[in-house]
Each structure stands twice: as C-alpha cells, then as structure tokens.
Write a protein that binds this ligand. Sequence first.
Ligand code: ADP
Ligand code: MG
Ligand code: ZN
Length: 631
Amino acid sequence: MLDNNNGDMNSRKPLIYYVIIAVTILLLLNTFIFPLLLARQVQVVGYSDFLSMIDEGKVSEVSLTQQADQILFVAKNDQGQEELYKTAVFPDEGLITRLQNAGVRFSAEIPTQNNTLLSFVFSWILPILIFVGLGRLLSNQLEKRMGGGMNALSFGKADAKMIVADKETGVTFADVAGEEEAKDALKEIVDFLEHPDKYAGIGAKLPKGALLVGPPGTGKTLLAKAVAGEAKVPFFSISGSEFVEMFVGMGAAKVRDLFKQANEKAPCIVFIDEIDTIGKKRDGAGSIGGNDEREQTLNQLLTEMDGFDGKKGVVILAATNRPESLDPALLRPGRFDRRVPVELPDLQGREAILRVHAKDVKCEDGIDLKEIARATSGASGAELANIINEAALRAVRLGRQSVNQEDLMESVETVIAGYQRKNAVMSEQEKRIVSYHEIGHALVAAMQTHSAPVTKITIIPRTSGALGYTMQVDEGEHYLMSREELLNKIVTLTGGQAAEELIFHSITTGASNDIEKATRLARGMITRYGMGEFGMVALETVNNQYLGGDTSLSCSPAYSEKIDEQVVALVKQAREKADRILRENEAKLHELAAYLMKQETITGEEFMRILNAKPESEAAAEPAAEAEKEA
Ligand code: ADP
Ligand code: MG
Ligand code: ZN
C-alpha cells in the first residue's frame, strides 16, 4: 500500500528531538524575549522636566539610590496613565524637601516589572500551553509509530491511508496488464469520478460500490489504485482486518469515521481490501458465540453505504478472493451491486504482464517473453512479477549486467519448483531411479497423441523437495479439457512410478505428488465433470473457487463409497496403460534415461530427437542390463 510518505518520515525522527527543541525555545524566551516584553518602557527626561513634573503633582514614586548616576521615577503622563521615567542625577540639595512637599513617596527601589497579570501569563500560562501542545504532538507521533497498537487509545479514528491520487499512487491502467474486461468495467467509474455532472444530468445513478473478485495476486489492489490514479481523486485504503479492533464497537466507529472523511473529500475512492474479513455471512439467530464485533462493523458498513449520497462521487471499491462467503446484504443493489471479475491471466495477459514488469529491469535484446508466458500457464500476475525479479537476481548473482532468456527460464522453474539444491548429492542409484521416473512421465506423455510435448526434463534436486521433474508446456491456451485429455494426463502422471517398477521391480516414495494429482483429476472427472458412471450429477461442490478449489462431498455415504471405487478403478486403468506404453518402448526408455543421467537436464528437442531416432539396439541394451543387475 502506498501511503503518505511525508508523514512517515516525520514520525521517524526521535522524540527527544522535539523535547530538545521545546526546551531551547523556552530558554530563549525566558532570557531574551520575556524580559523585554515585561520590562516597562522607560522614558528619559531632563532634570528640569523632572522638577516641573513634581511641582505639577504628576510624580507618585521616586527611586533615588538604585543607580548611582540616574533617578528612576513613576509619573502620570498626559493621558493620566502611570509611566516609568528616568533622568540623570543632578547635584540638587533641595530635592528631598521638594519631594516631601509634593507628597511623593521616595525609596531606594521601585519595581521595574509590569503588572502582575501579564507576568503571570508569561511565566505560568504560556509554558503550560507550550508543554500541553508539545505533549499532544508527541502523542500523535507515538500513535502514528505504533500503528494499530495504539488504536485502542484513539477511540475509533479510522486510520485509512489517504493518498493524493495523481502524485502518490502513480498507478494507472497502463501498469495493469491483461485484465481488459476488468479495466473496461472500471473505466466507467473513472469517467463518473471525472465528470459526475454528465451522469447526474441524465439521471443515471452509478453503482455505489464495485467488488473486485479473483484469486490472490491477480492485481485487485493494483486495479483499485489505478482507478484512483486515472481519475486523479483521493484514495482511502483500509484493509478489512484493520476493522477488527481490540474493543467491541471500535470497528463500527472506524467505519463511521472513514465515511465521514470520505464525504469531506468527495469525489474520492474508498477501497476496502479483503472485505471478506468483515463481510462474512452473519450467523443465524441460534448460533452461540457469534462474532458480535464483526457483525456490528458489517452493520455499520451497510448503514453507511445506504446513507451517503450516491451523486456526491464517493465510490467504494472492495476486493476479495472469497466472494461466496460474503453476506448477501452486501451484494444487493445500492451496495456492492457490481462485480468485477479479476481472473488469472491468459497467455496474452501473461505476456503483457511480463512485459510491464520486464520494463523495470535491464533485459538483453531479443528475449522471448512469449516462451515464458507459455511456460507459466496458471500463474498469477504477482507470480509473473516475481519471475522477472528472480531472473534479475540470478543475473546479478552470475555477475551479468542484464537479464537473458536463460535467467527467465530458470526463474520460472525456481518459482514453480524452488531453487536448485546445488550441494544436494544424490547417490548414483537414486539418480538412476529419478532419471527413469522422469523419462517414464515424458515418454508416456509423448506417446499419447493428446498430450502436450515435453519442453524440459531435469534431475537436479530442488528446494521444494522435488528430485526432478518434467515440464510440459501447452502450445496455446486451454479453456476446456476433453475427457481424453484428462485421461491421458492421469496416464502420464502414473508413468513415473510405472517406469520405476518396470526397470527396478520396486517402487519408491517419489511418486506421492503424482498420486495426489492423479487422484484429484480422477475424482473431479467422476464427481464434477459428469465423466463417470453417474452421469451429470454434482456429487461434490467447490468451496473456494479462487483459493485452491477444495471440495466437499454432497452425496450419501453409499454413493461416496461408489465414487471411491470408481476413482480407484480409473487410476488403475491409467496405470495399466502407462505400463503398456513403457513396455512397448523399453529400449527408448533405457536410452533416454541414460542420456538424462549423463546430462542432468535435457530439452524437449533433445528428447524428441532421441525418441524419433532409429533404435540403436547396442547402445540401448547395455544400460538396461546394468540397471537390472543393480536393482
Ligand atoms: P491482489 O490484490 O489481487 O491479491 P495485487 O494487486 O496485490 O494482487 O498484486 C500484487 C502484485 O502483482 C502487484 O503489485 C503487481 O506487481 C503484480 N501484478 C498482479 N497483477 C498484475 C497485472 N495484471 N499487471 C501487472 N502487474 C500485476
Ligand atoms: Mg490485494
Ligand atoms: Zn513423478
């Protein structure tokens, strides 16, 4: 989140700094300014004037001995106000009698300080005011530094971060690549914020709120900022979790304050990130231990959304990746009635996102971002941004000045499979097993017409725990998967273990990930895609379509048992097919595995070249015998 940086900078100065400044100011005031202000104005008059003033009865008080060379005296001026005068000492014997005759009080000393009220103000009230002001300043600073921690003491002030649009967000639609549909939907809001009268003229009401819905990292937050940046309006951003406060009622107070601020700054955008934290469906009446605080906050939000004037130009954007959990009251017309899907990018979108982020790093000429986009099917914008950054880091590590294609490809693998474990040493036997396992996958994939060709096979261990893997990249974008493709995929997944068993007559734990994936696919085919014996019946429902898509069973236990039986049968069938393919191509399996063991990483082209070459019976037979001996 971009927030107002200036404020932050100030709060980083040590508090002691302020104390020192204040004390210095006070000292200066005390020694120089106060005495000047407090001192009476002293007027100098001649001795003869002094005498005549005595005679006229204006003088009330005289100090004779305070200073050796001058006489201080108090006399009424022309307006009848008492003022302080001084005159030079004159050898005058008769002065005392003259003073006595005029009835003037004379003494050794008269006060040079002005009236007591003023001095009270300067010596007491002002310092107190200064200290109180200072205290408030300090506590404000403290609060800012402690962030949420001090909120309990600030009683419900929303600390939404306000960003002055054109300067600070600096994000525009150009920074959000792909997501054309989402941008189109939001352009209307931008237009509304720029020309509200155009809409008011025709009587059109724009949606008060729009809900950005999509998987994590697809650019929802980025889009909201871009709307503010495009419309050049203030952007209030608050995260749903920030509403949940220490004391009951604080969240609601925050909502109130947030909307008050927004109303003052209209037109503006209020962005509530992760709204699902407060917008969850409210519990039914009977439930015990419902979250009162959250419900109060939500109720306040609903009230505020109804309460403010839609024509004023406050647009509320919210983001969530769990739309199905939101309270229906939030989604009705007049609230978040507009839904803007922010989906995972497709091939073109991925290329565009890569291009946007590649602009920030120095790249060699002729890098092929399309290839990277093809290799990253299913990756989110955030992951793609990360891939570019990882590539740049790799380039630096290798002491290069710019990013090349190899950096990018390597970082794709880093993001997918983790870093290479350079110092992990596999025994020769393990290396052999992994080689056969991976070639098993690749060979089965290549032998089935519907499978995408392999692009890379490696047996370099990764930090994610993978000992090797086979990378498959689709040529184009896939939106639908046919039954055959799904089946082939399952067969390919079983190919690894099938190869292990065929060659070594024993299997390892290395296939656990394959097994998981194969099971999930098979299950989906039967319970969700209507490809099993039960036909078009939904036996499972998806809970969180944007968050991993975990499912829950929605059928009777009897059916559940049958589903399991069918899943087992399906995967078993697939495995038998993989076994058959590998048996038929055992020579190629040996040849390719031996090559992979030597090279550790081979490309799709190399793989296909060896696969399509005439079988070299000599070369192929040898490693086979060797492997079997050791197993
Ligand atoms: P979300 O809020 O959907 O979880 P974010 O908006 O926080 O995702 O995105 C995280 C980062 O990923 C962004 O700051 C940006 O660098 C990158 N990103 C995500 N989607 C895109 C996109 N469509 N175009 C460019 N960058 C993107
Ligand atoms: Mg976000
Ligand atoms: Zn495997």
